[in-house]
Design a protein. Structure first.
Lengths: 89, 416
């Protein structure tokens, strides 16, 4: 897999660290135990397209929002995670 | 037919014409008392114990492909019971005891070989952690031998002891661990279940659940609707998809784990060895191939093939640990889809839907768990109670804080 980093260009995925589902961008109020359990532990784990968080640890260190097909490993789209979070606020 | 040396002799002298197909290939009935989804090691062993121990015979196992075609046929065949913490300790201890008697139990040669399972330590911290782990295993009644570097050198002289980066400090050996013939385990349980009247239905994909007022009524399949009193999901790798059809979201991600085998060579490795650095494990199959694996690739995947970086990583670990393997040629590599749970431990529990049960989240541990997981899942489905050896694999443990995190890596499935 090669991931096109918005800052650094097309790079081998070895340069990136995987965190998990992009749902982690949407952190609920931690006083809400039910919502927080869902946030930390539950996953949709879909077939096909999955929105994910990757960090370009061996490059610019930016957190990326990557849409990837988990069946074919095709990278469909990459944005800065910061931009995605600000757009949804 | 009861298998015995006499049968082999008799059939050998009569042109091997007496062997019969080992299981029937029945049409699905309109309904069953219990339907198990998934004809892998876990599903088949569950059906076997339901029929044998609990006397429930009106059972179907629904398999979308062929029996044993999933992870039970794609693993590195290691059997061991050297976990660290409560929940896993008693479970895998029980499983290993069942393994030790499995061939007699099933009248089927699963080729269990208790050749030992050696985990290596490369620094003082790791060595101390192994002493603790070994004590946990001894206290549970399992075997554990803490080995000095010299002990390891005598046991496996071909390792690279003086590697500048990862010198071998010692190891923890479980002499009762080893390997088994993975396909035979599925076939043996399938035969035992079929002999007791269980319908093993292949090429039958579950496409939906029929649930009325919170109670399971049956399953929609590619071969029509099948009614069921109880339904058990045992579909490692696809657990999230099957559960989603019942409206459940689970603490599971699916990841790809690769395994490798070399061309057959003369006997060289007579045990199972785990490298303490880089998660690499190797054994030699009875055919002579060196069978080895490493970590999961590290990102969600439903593709039964991995990427090159992990192939390189595993090959580098192999060369660091035992440079002699560089002379053998890799024959095949393949990938299996793991249910990676949020704490690295499995789930055997009821679901919020009455009559629907879940067995999943096995991470790397599914093969060695086959006997105990089938037994525990059968006990749960037959009696509604948790089996003694699997009381902690609760679905709601993430809500209540009772996670079983053997690796201590937190809710990061790609790190377990």
């Amino acid at each position: 897999m090669r991931i096109p980093c918005p800052h650094c260009g097309d790079r081998d995925h070895r340069e990136f660290e995987y965190l998990g589902s992009a749902k982690l961008l949407d952190r609920p109020d931690n006083r809400d135990a039910v919502a927080f359990h869902d946030y930390v532990y539950l996953r949709t784990n879909p077939l096909g397209e999955n929105a994910e968080l990757w960090q370009h640890v061996m490059g610019c260190a930016a957190w990326l929002y990557v849409v990837r097909n988990v069946t074919t490993h095709e990278i469909i789209g990459v944005k800065l995670a910061r931009d995605v979070r600000e757009a949804t606020r | 037919m009861h298998y015995s040396a006499l049968q082999i002799l008799k059939n050998g002298l009569t042109g091997n014409k007496g062997w019969k197909p080992v299981w029937r290939n029945p049409e699905p009935k309109k309904s069953y008392d219990i339907v198990i989804i998934g004809g892998g090691g876990h599903g088949l062993s569950t059906a076997y114990y339901l029929a044998k121990t609990y006397g429930i015979r009106n059972i179907a196992v629904l398999e979308k492909g062929y029996l044993g075609g999933g992870n039970v046929g794609r693993n590195t065949t290691i059997v061991r019971a050297n976990y660290l913490i409560d929940g896993n300790l008693e479970f895998y201890s029980h499983s290993l005891k069942l393994w030790e008697n499995l061939e007699q139990e099933l009248n089927y040669n699963v080729m269990l070989s208790q050749r030992g399972c050696l985990m290596l330590a490369h620094n003082d911290g790791q060595y101390d952690a192994m002493a603790r782990r070994g004590n946990s295993n001894l206290a549970t009644g399992d075997d554990a031998v803490l080995m000095s570097a010299n002990d390891v050198r005598a046991f496996t002289p071909y390792l690279n002891f003086d590697d500048a980066r990862f010198p071998i400090r010692g190891g923890l050996l479980q002499r009762t661990g080893g390997t088994a013939r993975h396909d035979a385990v599925a076939w043996g349980y399938a035969r035992g279940a079929d002999m007791r009247g269980v319908d093993l239905i292949q090429n039958c994909e579950v496409t939906g659940f029929r649930i009325e007022s919170g109670t399971i009524k049956g399953v929609e399949t590619s071969r029509g609707y099948i009614g069921a009193g109880k339904v058990g999901m045992s579909v490692a790798g696809r657990t999230s998809q099957v559960a989603e059809m019942a409206g459940l979201r689970l603490p599971i991600e699916s990841h790809v784990l690769q395994a490798f085998v070399t061309e057959a060579v003369k006997p060289v490795i007579d045990t199972v060895i785990s490298f303490g650095m880089g998660h690499f494990y190797i054994s030699q199959s009875d055919k002579g191939g060196l069978v080895f694996g490493g970590d999961i690739d590290g990102y969600n995947s439903y593709s039964q093939r991995g990427n090159l970086p992990m192939v390189e990583h595993v090959a580098e670990a192999a060369m660091a640990l035992m440079p002699m393997v560089g002379k053998s040629r890799m024959l095949r590599s393949w990938g299996g889809i793991m249910d990676m749970s949020m704490d690295g431990s499995p789930i055997i529990d009821k679901t919020p839907i009455d009559g629907l049960f879940l067995n999943g989240g096995w991470c790397y541990g599914g093969f060695k768990a086959v006997p105990a997981a089938g037994g525990a899942f059968a006990h749960l489905m037959a009696t509604g109670e948790k089996a003694d050896w699997a009381t902690k694999y609760n679905l709601n443990r993430f809500e209540t804080g009772h996670v079983i995190d053997d690796e201590g890596t937190g809710p990061r499935p790609n790190l377990h």
